[in-house]
Design a protein around this ligand. Structure first.
Ligand SMILES: *[C@@H]1O[C@H](CO)[C@@H](O)[C@H](O)[C@H]1NC(C)=O
Ligand SMILES: *[C@@H]1O[C@H](CO)[C@@H](O)[C@H](O)[C@H]1NC(C)=O
Ligand SMILES: *[C@@H]1O[C@H](CO)[C@@H](O)[C@H](O)[C@H]1NC(C)=O
Ligand SMILES: *[C@@H]1O[C@H](CO)[C@@H](O)[C@H](O)[C@H]1NC(C)=O
Ligand SMILES: *[C@@H]1O[C@H](CO)[C@@H](O)[C@H](O)[C@H]1NC(C)=O
Ligand SMILES: *[C@@H]1O[C@H](CO)[C@@H](O)[C@H](O)[C@H]1NC(C)=O
Ligand SMILES: *[C@@H]1O[C@H](CO)[C@@H](O)[C@H](O)[C@H]1NC(C)=O
Ligand SMILES: *[C@@H]1O[C@H](CO)[C@@H](O)[C@H](O)[C@H]1NC(C)=O
Length: 478
């Protein structure tokens, strides 16, 4: 009897111990902290580690998809009518973007690299070919007219344009518009211009956009793969009209681990002419992996009345264009280029109404980032940007006719990536292990509860056969 009683009481004691330990673990978040430390240790760029090789050669395929706006009524537009455009595309390219010339610096706290991008056409993911023709604004001609509108040469250039039959609109191959062609007008004016070729991505294939210095995360995991310098400039959240870049954030492929819903994520982009920030929007699931979706809030695009912080984007100073537009002229060698979201999504409705064929849609036209919060790994990303040209009547050039003052849409792009199946499976395994670890306190508490139940049952069983008080006495006195 004694031994049995002893067992029962030990059981009770163990139950209390497990419950106390379990609750203490929950309250102290010891396993959460252990897991965070494990993740933080992994997230450092160091030769030979998995994080390094993924950073150097990101496995998921990145696709760049271009959509053009084909103008249907050029003559009417020159007579002052509203332009009518038809969206064509996508013209899809696979984008290869390895980090090259990688050099560790400062005891492994920083790493230098270049990030050349190579684009390879994907016919099976495209609608149409690079030989498709697009009729749109003749960007070199409009640029030349804007540049020389008040100049002594305007008459000469206007005559030259007439002789060469160059106007506000022109038709070109998709491949040429993107990767460059010899422009007849620029060729004539080669004494004034640095290059007689024009293309929206001219000289962008296989070239890098300068030297980057990244933080490795060795000093602080929050700095994992963050851009510290670009072309020798310190990374601050600044915007320089000379360099057309605002640097803050990462290279877009990885974020620091343990992302919270209240965070502001910075997206760096040298071709966007500015950096964007994004805020938590919703929970998502990408290939079975849970994630947080971050999107740029409309305040990022709002006009100065709504968001005075955007005054820095009004160039020249005080010259604000309205919600959703960014004057990128200084970044594009003086071409009157204006960036926006595709179809003027989140821009003033005026710009949507100015052109037949605009149809802004949140799901198709917003920029988004889906991140696994625990590891900070990118699950899905889509950067969507539209290139527009500012067109207006220029008295010195009769070629402009009675064209309206317009923000004329030329093309938009969707640069997107989705985690590859293999990485997703690996990540799921990691997250399952993490879940097991995080559930240890609850397993302990459950064990405690089970033992508690067993204890109660045993106590009750013990009472029944020992009905007489005489038999119970020794038990109580022991
Ligand atoms: C990484 O280590 C390998 C083998 O030790 C070496 O060949 C390579 O140059 C190193 N890479 C860097 C960036 O230091
Ligand atoms: C690198 O580490 C050594 C030894 O720990 C230290 O003396 C040196 O100051 C460090 N250099 C830098 C740039 O941090
Ligand atoms: C870019 O360069 C690569 C390799 O040099 C080539 O295979 C590819 O076709 C080029 N892409 C374009 C659009 O010219
Ligand atoms: C774009 O419009 C031009 C002129 O009407 C036409 O020749 C061309 O085929 C159109 N392009 C596509 C891809 O439909
Ligand atoms: C730039 O990024 C760093 C690190 O993410 C952040 O601490 C800083 O606040 C950002 N700058 C601004 C102006 O938000
Ligand atoms: C700024 O945007 C708001 C809301 O879209 C609009 O009501 C206001 O008229 C705009 N202000 C200017 C100066 O465009
Ligand atoms: C865009 O910026 C350029 C250079 O700062 C300026 O000359 C031009 O007038 C601006 N365009 C518009 C439409 O405000
Ligand atoms: C990119 O965005 C366009 C619309 O903007 C959409 O039609 C297309 O499917 C997207 N591409 C990918 C790979 O998600």
């Amino acid at each position: 009897m004694r031994l049995r009683a002893c067992c029962v009481y030990s059981l009770g004691l163990l139950c209390i111990l497990l419950l106390v330990a379990g609750i203490a673990m929950v309250l102290s978040q010891v396993f959460q902290k252990l897991l965070n430390n494990m993740i933080k240790k992994q997230m450092v760029l160091e030769n030979g580690t998995e994080a390094f090789s993924v950073w150097q050669n990101p496995p998921p395929p990145v696709y760049m998809q271009f959509y053009f706006f084909n103008l249907t009524n050029p003559a009417e537009v020159l007579n002052g009518d509203k332009p009518s455009v038809i969206e064509i595309g996508p013209y899809t390219y696979r984008e290869y973007r390895p980090k090259e010339d990688v050099r560790f610096m400062d005891n492994g706290t920083r790493v230098q690299a270049v990030n050349p991008k190579t684009y390879v056409f994907q016919p099976d993911m495209s609608r149409g070919s690079e030989d498709d023709l697009v009729r749109t604004v003749n960007i070199p001609a409009v640029t030349v007219m804007e540049k020389f509108k008040d100049s002594f040469f305007s008459r000469f250039i206007s005559d030259l344009m007439k002789a060469k039959d160059v106007g506000v609109f022109a038709t070109h191959r998709v491949g040429d518009l993107l990767w460059g062609y010899e422009d007849p007008l620029l060729k004539e004016l080669s004494v004034f211009v640095p290059d007689d070729h024009f293309g929206l991505f001219y000289k962008k294939n296989g070239t890098d956009d300068g030297d980057y210095v990244f933080l490795t995360g060795r000093q602080n995991y929050q700095d994992f793969a963050r851009i510290d310098e670009w072309n020798g400039q310190r990374s601050l959240n600044w915007w320089s009209s000379d360099e057309c870049n605002m640097i803050n954030g990462t290279d877009g492929a990885s974020f620091h681990p343990i992302v919270t819903k209240t965070e502001k994520l910075y997206i760096f982009s040298s071709d966007l002419c500015r950096s964007l920030y994004a805020l938590y929007e919703s929970d998502v699931n990408v290939r079975g992996v849970p994630g947080f979706r971050f999107v740029p809030p409309s305040a990022v695009f709002a006009n100065v009345t709504v968001n005075p912080d955007n005054a820095g984007f009004c160039v020249p100073q005080g010259n604000c264009l309205g919600s959703g537009l960014l004057n990128a002229s200084v970044c594009k060698e003086g071409a009157p280029i204006i960036m926006s979201s595709p179809h003027f999504y989140q821009a003033d409705d005026k710009f949507v109404q100015d052109v037949f064929g605009m149809n802004p849609k949140k799901e198709d036209h917003e920029t988004l980032i889906d991140i696994n919060p625990l590891t900070g790994l990118l699950l899905r990303g889509a950067k969507r940007v539209q290139v527009n040209v500012y067109t207006r009547q220029i008295p010195a050039f009769s070629q402009t006719g009675s064209i309206r003052t317009l923000v004329f849409p030329v093309m938009f792009l969707n640069e997107s990536v989705v985690i590859d199946e293999e990485s997703a499976v690996k990540l799921q395994a990691v997250l399952t292990e993490a879940n097991v670890l995080l559930n240890v306190p609850f397993i302990v508490i459950s064990a405690g509860v089970l033992l508690g139940l067993a204890f109660i049952v045993l106590m009750c069983c013990q009472q029944r056969p020992e009905a007489s008080a005489a038999e119970r006495q020794p038990l109580l006195s022991s």
